[in-house]
Design a protein around this ligand. Structure first.
Ligand SMILES: [Fe+2]
Length: 435
């Protein structure tokens, strides 16, 4: 039997949950790196085929670091209603708890949550046990993106939910103490797949792009397909209230944004990893997405770092590619989220790449395997924007095992690695949750 790409090779799910203690460390783990590294990703139960890579049951892999030691590793499925067999769409309508919680993990106001963009967050304990779905006291009635943005100054968590029934897009805001204090509909022409967004000091930026819901595909994995006719636009919404202003852009898809900010002239700058139609088709068909024959025929290329600059004073828009390397998972120092920042990190299928926006240069470190997202963790009392470490789960190309790699963010030099007791399947987003 030929397994689909998303159930085989480095994406093949693991069959069970395990625990290990006192993990072998190479190099020296910084004692101040005390906390937990969690990584989320799809890991369908044995025998299940979700029809799309993005539909697999969420599994968290956790590594506990303390005082220079790697105390434990464990992996746990998120105990969602979907895992128990509940259906997302049934006679009663959509069940936002029957979703895989497989994309990211965050902590806000002391609550650890596993997220997927089609459903409610699932609260988890620091030991990776599932508490249950969270709707913020009944106030959240839409799904929640897996890419919320915490304002480093106010501590508020900005996020959104999208769906295939109106309202297609809703903006939400949690207070620093975790109460849902605002929900606001955003007018968009149709139901599109919106994986990420951006927040600056004064604005929320929307990406309304031509990957559109198709009712005929419901039940086939991910019911979205490229629709060139939909067009593509960026929206600029004042945080304090007011209409969203839209800027037409060249059609593309963006899964992940880097940072965004207002510059000294009031222009809005957004960096993100951009897929042209061919690059999106290549990714989508390899993930189990419904084939778009025209696009699949043109499947080529990957995803490239790109910058859009919008000028609200003149309405002008400029966009430019920043690099020709095929990359994903942009990360940066999130204490600078929404403010001008200098450094951005991405990964290729073999390396970590660091971009310096001030000098226009980049640096590459081959990691000897396949890296996952490189999460930036500032050093205590960091003296510079890159005074910190990058954490990435690197999997042997043979598929035999994985390690948690720690690099110095300043020069990408090796700091330490923790050998994990098993292979961690390719997945999505990690998060450092310090003590
Ligand atoms: Fe993502």
């Amino acid at each position: 039997m030929n397994l689909p790409d998303y159930l085989s090779g480095l994406k093949a799910p693991v069959a069970d949950e395990t625990d290990a203690v006192d993990l072998p460390v190479t190099g020296v783990l910084p004692a101040d790196l005390t906390g937990r590294y969690f990584r989320n990703g799809p890991n369908p139960l044995p025998g299940r085929d979700p029809g799309h890579w993005f539909g697999g049951d969420g599994m968290l892999h956790g590594v506990r670091l303390r005082d220079g030691r790697a105390e434990w590793y464990r992996n746990r499925w998120v105990r969602t209603r979907k895992l128990e067999g509940a259906r997302f769409v049934g006679p009663e309508g959509v069940d936002l708890t029957a979703t895989p919680a497989n994309t990211s993990v965050i902590r806000h106001a002391g609550r650890i949550m596993a997220l997927v963009e089609v459903g409610l967050p699932y609260e988890m304990t620091p030991e990776l046990d599932t508490v249950g779905p969270c709707d913020f006291g009944g106030r959240l009635t839409t799904a929640m993106t897996a890419h919320p943005k915490e304002d480093p100054v106010t501590g508020e968590l900005h996020f959104f939910g999208y769906g295939f029934a109106p309202p297609y897009l809703t903006y939400h805001r949690l207070s620093a103490t975790g109460e849902l204090v605002e929900s606001r509909g955003v007018d968009v022409p149709g139901p599109t797949m919106i994986h990420d967004f951006a927040v600056t000091e004064r604005h929320v930026l929307w990406l309304d792009l031509p990957v559109v819901f198709d009712l005929e595909l419901l039940g086939s994995g991910m019911p979205y397909r490229w629709d060139e006719a939909y067009g593509a636009r960026l929206g600029v919404m004042p945080r304090g209230g007011g209409a969203t202003r839209w800027y037409d852009i060249d059609p593309c898809y963006v899964f992940h944004v880097g940072n965004a900010y207002e510059d000294a002239r009031g222009r809005i700058v957004l960096d993100a990893v951009r897929y042209a139609r061919g690059g999106f088709a290549a990714l989508w068909s390899g993930s189990g997405g419904s084939p778009d024959p025209a696009a699949s025929a043109a499947a080529s290329g990957g995803a490239y770092l790109h910058r859009w600059t919008l000028d609200p004073a003149t309405g002008a828009l400029n966009e430019e590619p920043l690099d020709d390397r095929n990359v994903e998972f942009p990360t940066f120092d999130e204490t600078r989220l929404g403010r001008s920042s200098r450094f951005l990190y991405t990964v290729t299928d073999a390396a970590v790449v660091k971009y310096d926006a001030r000098t226009g240069t980049s640096r590459v470190r081959d990691v000897g395997g396949v890296p996952g997202e490189a999460v930036y963790v500032p050093a205590p009392d960091a003296s510079a924007e890159d005074d910190g470490r990058l954490l990435s789960i690197v999997t042997d190309r043979s598929g035999d095992g994985s390690e948690l790699l720690v690099l110095d963010a300043a020069d990408l030099e090796f700091v330490a690695s923790v050998r994990l007791p098993r292979r961690v399947p390719m997945g999505f987003h990690g998060r450092w949750i310090e003590d």
